[in-house]
Design a protein around this ligand. Structure first.
Ligand code: TRP
Length: 361
């Protein structure tokens, strides 16, 4: 069987470090690994509209931001098909059929949807489109016959829902759809990078994100004002590592060679942590170290972004070509689905033949 990747992001803002360590960086590696027959990267604008129906302009403006973030991280349209969800009408039709295979109570149990409903204060007025977005996500994944979905752990319930739909579809209509697997980040701190304020998740509405497109100065300021251990007041005080955002980020980004380069007094992250816990190591020193590491990671991304920003029409053309290519693939899956569901009336000569026989008899 072919190995196919599909994954994507909602275009509700520029992408940040949470996206980067949770999925984006890995996607680029997978794209370049040569292990996959196809890579599809989707800008999930229709899904973003499920809780932003009153703000289409926000989604419209962020399409290009996300596309630029993708390109500057190294997603390459020569190797990956980058496309926009709303342009693939076939996805809606698939969702319409999949809806018959899912119960309301099953959707109500989805933990990601549950917590998002709370987050958005939707309890009493959940838009139907929002409530059913796990079904639409199953369409995204299955339309491209994806075997592999690189994503953060918050997407696990979506994958579980997708697999259930695939199994149910295949058992009723015959083997047609492919069951996908999630590919979680290897480094578990990367599964959910906290915000710079120490809150559980980076999120635009909390204002605690470091964006891939932030300037060097913006990144430096954000790092220098990061949440650490509030009990660590004087340099001599012993400090805590758990829940200390600066160390969590170091767990996500620091590699052995960074010490020789930026902090030669220490041989390893363990040594640095031990010193902090003992007391005698100030936050500023650790923050400066983290800043150097992040700048090293982000600088090439910023440089590439500048180049792509000079050719915005070219980026839109790339997206348009991606949509056309994606649509062909989705249309083929939809044709198979219609056939399996026995709604391909006009392509089925046997049907017409047998019906004529029936009425002649
Ligand atoms: N739900 C994903 C997010 O929150 C975006 C998304 C839409 C997606 N369709 C997808 C991710 C299909 C992986 C596969 O960002």
């Amino acid at each position: 069987m072919k190995k196919i990747i599909l994954t994507g992001d909602r275009p509700t803002g520029r992408l940040h470090l949470g996206h980067y360590v949770g999925s984006l960086k890995r996607r680029v590696e997978l794209q370049n690994s040569g292990l996959f027959d196809k890579v599809f990267i989707m800008i999930a604008d229709a899904q973003a509209l499920t809780d932003n129906a009153d703000n289409p302009e926000k989604i419209r403006q962020n399409i290009i931001e996300v596309a630029l973030d993708y390109l500057s991280c190294g997603l390459d349209p020569e190797k990956s098909t980058i496309f926009i969800q709303s342009q693939i009408a076939e996805l809606c039709e698939l969702s319409f059929y999949y809806m018959n295979l899912v119960t309301v109570s099953r959707l109500q149990r989805n933990p990601t949807v549950k917590s998002e409903i709370q987050l958005r204060n939707f309890e009493t007025s959940i838009p139907v489109g929002f409530f059913t977005y796990p079904i639409s996500q199953a369409s995204d994944i299955t339309a491209f016959r994806a075997t592999t979905v690189p994503a953060g752990e918050d997407q696990e319930p979506m994958l579980e829902q997708t697999r259930e739909i695939v199994r149910k579809f295949n058992s009723i209509y015959g083997d047609t759809l492919v069951e996908p697997e999630i590919l979680l980040p290897e480094n578990c701190v990367c599964q959910r990078l906290p915000g710079t304020d120490g809150k559980a998740k980076m999120s635009k509405s909390l204002g605690n994100c470091i964006y891939l497109s932030d300037t060097a100065e913006e990144v430096r300021k954000k790092v220098m004002s990061m949440y650490t251990d509030p009990g660590h007041i004087k340099v001599e005080d012993p400090g805590k590592i758990e829940g200390n955002t600066v160390f969590t980020y170091l767990d996500a980004f620091c590699r052995q060679e960074h010490f020789a380069e930026y902090l030669p007094d220490y041989a390893s992250l363990d040594e640095l942590k031990a010193h902090y816990q003992r007391g005698g190591l100030g936050d500023v020193k650790v923050k400066k170290f983290l800043n150097s590491i992040l700048q090293e990671e982000l600088e090439p991304i910023r440089q590439r972004r500048k180049v792509f920003e000079q050719d915005i029409p070219g980026v839109y053309s790339m997206l348009k070509a991606g949509c056309e290519a994606a649509r062909e693939v989705a249309a083929q899956t939809l044709a198979d689905v219609r056939k399996a569901m026995r709604i391909d009336y006009f392509d089925d000569r046997e049907l017409i033949e047998s019906q004529s026989q029936k009425f002649k008899a």
